[in-house]
Design a binder for this molecule. Sequence first.
Ligand code: SAM
Length: 258
Amino acid sequence: MKQKAWIKNFLKKYFPPAHAFSVRCSLVLRAFLRYGLDCNPLRLFWIVEPYTMVGHARLFNAYDLSQRCQKEHIEGAFVECGVWRGGCAAIMAAVATRHGARRKTWLFDSFEGLPHPTEKDGEKAALYAKQNVTGELASIKINVGPLQDVERLLFKILKLPRESVYAVKGWFQETLPQKKDQIGPIAILRMDGDWYESTKCILDNLYDSVIPGGYIIVDDYGSWEGCKKAVDDFFRARMQPEIDFKMIDLAGLYFQKP
Ligand SMILES: C[S@@+](CC[C@H](N)C(=O)[O-])C[C@H]1O[C@@H](n2cnc3c(N)ncnc32)[C@H](O)[C@@H]1O
């Protein structure tokens, strides 16, 4: 195990292209073991891998839940809040548009990086933000995924129909209240905004639009203290502690809205 980590770090440091290539190969190998010879997911994972920081198990989860919504005709839009360079969102949008442009996919991000965390995000986030925990809606220049990268992936590389995928640039606190009526019912709400205030804002604005039987994915539940707290606070306030959370890996979880 230790040896594997050593090789990984060595490759990452001294041979970044070889490291990136080996990560991509391992994703496709795992996808092959999971999906067999179905070329659609293999091709998709190969293409999106450089455009996402989401772990492999969580990429498979985004693919599986999107497929399930298609097969079971669970109506509503696919939404990702916290897109970075668009890799995970592209998986959802590609599945949504495979059989026509009817289902819409909405992507929300500042496309300028994370805002300042607050004290609720804990020590790890404070270190990340160099102790600047004001909650200010200004970029701390970390996790910057430019909108051009997302558009290149969606429309040039994957050639998805522009009329089905909407990318909205800005802080969730400003864009979500403006757009929630336009989005309408939601089949999948994927939350990947890391911080307490970002996660809380997504839940406050969009949770009620998720249809019963739709899915909520929380990418950072096990990795960022503030994200976990925002989810726990939200359901405690609504007195809904009985939700059947399913872990995807050590960090991510999802559940089906009762
Ligand atoms: C971990 S990254 C998302 C990773 C992405 N899902 C992927 O596939 O790699 C977190 C993203 O959330 C965005 N973000 C966090 N809080 C935000 C907020 N309040 N408003 C807008 N964007 C936010 C950041 O800009 C960043 O791109």
